[in-house]
Design a protein around this ligand. Structure first.
Ligand SMILES: C[S@@+](CC[C@H](N)C(=O)[O-])C[C@H]1O[C@@H](n2cnc3c(N)ncnc32)[C@H](O)[C@@H]1O
Length: 460
């Protein structure tokens, strides 16, 4: 049995501490006789009275009882709840300090994980107004005080905290969620009860085109029933006239995954349109589409700057989603090959290329690690490889295939600095030099950081 006897702190005891650092999640770090405590809403330099909430073998968690001094990076918060539910855990930090914090996160992993202490990291590209940026929301629905209610889950739980204004979302999305909630209340639709696995409406997803204003609404239900559809749909359309698509997604499973496998289109088709870098995209309810449109354009522009294409290159865009980066690259290259694992996303990608009159792209459905292995065995060549993998980064098999194929240049777009740094170390070992590292803030008020890295084959 574990015992806490040797620890220098005791659960539920109070201490006065000075915050020394921030974790990568933005929690303040205080040390008591070398034992780290992680504390929400606490900034380096601040002195605070705290209470120990939880102790583990090598670290614990504390809670601020009284803030005794204030950092110059502290700003007033929009709402305490937003830290608690994880919507805006950095909301108490001045925006420039958030950008500096993100740069430091990337510098840390470049030193500690990639073992590249000398590679300079550029300043984080930030937003002018770092609020109201999200073009997509997935909002849980539960019964609170007898009523169908929308909000957000308290961190590490499924307790719903009612929230009407999310601040980080496009305000039109907030309004749409409330309008849909009211229609659901009017017709007595039953909110999902997870414990007993009864009730029906689990989530409301809303996506909005930043340039087009088109709205897609997805009602995620536990069963295929939704009554009375013939009234619900016209009511939603009346309340939110910009709606071009309403989809019912059915998720019968007891799971944390939001979307189920089956869907019924209730209005329009299973897509809405938006624009990015001057191209129009049709986006279906399952497709990945970056959530911060203006910052995404900055990100893609950086990818193009790093790629520095002259027009005669062959390019591979792995993990291409619906082809947003692919089309931006296609305008500057001879040919671009996109690889994506989700079939409907590839169907969207093909349609999007056609819709934009772009004919020098080809898409392949499959796992990037398998397709790249196949292509490297076929001795295919590429001048540039762009990768934009999910948080877990690149598979070892993918990296091995890259080292076989040896594209001259690589641009790595990453949403997870730790896996990025791990992969960069392997690519460096295989003969690639890291030339540029650019963090971009796609998720203001949260600790997430996106990074773009330019790599070049050392012998090229
Ligand atoms: C971070 S998103 C990037 C999408 C696109 N580049 C964009 O900016 O919109 C990652 C994409 O990789 C896809 N994906 C995940 N694992 C994959 C794999 N093993 N092979 C190919 N695609 C994969 C996901 O479906 C998703 O579309």
């Amino acid at each position: 049995m574990k015992t806490n006897q040797a620890l220098p702190v005791k659960k539920n005891e109070q201490y006065t501490v000075t915050i020394e650092d921030l974790t990568f999640e933005g929690l303040g770090v205080a040390k008591i006789n070398g034992y780290p405590l992680f504390i929400e809403n606490a900034l380096p330099g601040e002195k605070m009275d705290i209470k120990v909430l939880k102790t583990g073998k090598s670290f614990g968690y504390g809670k601020v009882l009284k803030q005794l001094t204030s950092s110059e990076d502290r700003v007033p918060v929009k709402n305490d709840n937003y830290t608690r539910v994880g919507i805006a855990p950095l909301q108490h930090i001045r925006y420039q300090a958030q950008l500096d914090f993100k740069k430091q996160q990337v510098e840390n992993v470049m030193k500690r994980i990639a073992k590249m202490p000398d590679v300079p990291v550029l300043d984080t590209l930030g937003m002018k107004d770092p609020w109201g940026y999200r073009n997509k929301a997935q909002i849980p629905v539960r019964k609170i005080e007898g009523q169908l209610t929308t909000g957000f889950f308290r961190k590490n739980s499924h307790d719903l905290v009612p929230i009407e204004n999310f601040y980080i979302q496009d305000p039109k999305i907030d309004q749409t969620i409330l309008a849909v909630r009211d229609v659901m209340r009017k017709y007595g639709v039953k909110p999902y009860n997870e414990k007993e696995n009864i009730g029906n409406l689990r989530h409301i997803m809303v996506r909005r085109g930043y340039y087009t204003g088109e709205i897609m609404i997805v009602l995620v239900t536990r069963t295929a029933k939704l009554f009375p559809k013939s009234k619900i749909i016209p009511d939603i359309l009346e309340a939110v006239p910009e709606t071009v698509s309403i989809v019912q997604n059915i998720n019968t499973k007891r799971t944390n995954t939001i979307l189920g496998n089956d869907a019924i289109v209730l209005h329009g088709e299973d897509h809405y349109k938006d624009k990015l870098m001057g191209h129009t995209f049709e986006i279906s309810h399952r497709s990945f589409y970056q959530v911060n449109p203006t910052q995404t354009e900055k990100l893609y522009q950086k990818v193009l700057d790093f790629a520095d294409l002259k027009g005669d290159e062959t390019v591979i865009d792995a993990y291409c989603g619906i082809g947003t980066i692919t089309l931006a690259l296609a305008e500057k290259a001879k040919k671009v090959y996109g690889i994506e694992i989700i079939e409907p996303a590839v169907a969207d990608a093909k349609l999007n290329a056609e819709m934009n009159g772009i004919d020098n792209v080809e898409y392949q459905v499959g796992a990037s690690e398998d397709i790249m292995l196949e292509w490297s065995k076929e001795k295919r060549e590429a001048d540039l490889l762009v990768v934009d993998p999910p948080r877990k980064g690149l598979e070892k098999q993918f990296i091995d295939a890259v080292l076989q194929m040896q594209p001259t240049k690589m641009v790595y777009v990453s949403c997870n600095p730790a896996t990025l740094a791990r992969d960069l170390a392997l690519l460096a070992e295989g003969g690639y030099d890291v030339k540029q590292v650019q963090p971009v803030d796609l998720f203001p008020q949260t600790p997430h950081v996106e990074t773009i890295v330019l790599l070049q084959r050392a012998d090229s």
